[in-house]
Design a protein around this ligand. Sequence first.
Ligand code: AHG
Ligand code: MN
Ligand code: MN
Length: 334
Amino acid sequence: MSKLITLNEFIQTNQADFPFATGELSRLLNDIAVASKIVSRDVRKAGLVDHILGAQGNQNVQGEDQQKLDVVADEAFIKAFEQGGEVCGIASEENDDFVAFKSEQAKNGKYVVLFDPLDGSSNIDVNVSIGTIFSIYRRISPVGTEATLEDMLQPGTAQVAAGYVLYGSSTMLVYTTGKGVNGFTLDPSIGEYCLSHPSMKMPENGRLYAMNEGNIFECEEGLRKYINYCQSRENQTGMPYSGRYIGSLVADFHRNLIKGGIYIYPDVLSAPEGKLRLLYECNPLAFIAEQAGGLATTGRKRILEIKPERLHQRTPYYTGSKLMMEKAMECLAK
Ligand code: AHG
Ligand code: MN
Ligand code: MN
């Protein structure tokens, strides 16, 4: 049996890979892991809380009001970042504005974190996989001061680390610091993330496509051509590809990372800039996709090179296996 490597051990061993490594990024990744275990525990009892405890006037056993899971997740991560001391500020999909932490320790933090505390919220109530997505940058503002909007609005190329936690049939944490992608599975019996997917590579090609096809007549001609191509026998496999759409980006992305595939959320009439958020969803997963050998674009332009103008900026999003992405972009360009 090969030796079990915990996330903690892995982070320590690879710490020297980080630019300017002084241990803070390692501690920050550990803070994320701990917060994600709390969220994982709460996700695992979602049905119990809603249907058993919730029946008693929406208060839990401690007499606290029940909260929706995305608020629970948002608070768990913010608390971890605020208390950890490595982070001077955060921006979250759940908050209108970014938060600059006020303590002296936080003002000395070198990093900012941008995150989607619970991705796939519409799947919470129906017991389908959801996740957390995070993106870490070095601050631009001087150490010792409060975080600024400029710290948050950096292009994806400036990310020092990014990752996601998938609360699926098991809980997994996948992350990159720009030296490949590694995946860890939470062993609930010992409460540790263990290295289960070392050096993850997205297959160069695939036969799975993920798109909300309810929008097919709302999107541009070139994309309809690509979807026709996926459904025809004219593609590389000579057989129609399979459509797979979970409706939690993080879960659709994870499946494609392992099996090969493409995920598409285009601009549509009802969402002319696309639906997904550049800073909390698209950039972190684009960093991972590229690190695993895949691509992530707007359909035309590399996601990581977009200079963000607004915190909650949206973008059309195409990500997945290299050859599938190239074909999709070729259809759009025509
Ligand atoms: P969130 O739950 O964080 O708001 O994100 C939901 C996103 C994404 O996870 C998913 O792929 C997409 O919305 C689904 O949108 P449609 O229901 O429009 O397909
Ligand atoms: Mn989301
Ligand atoms: Mn969300």
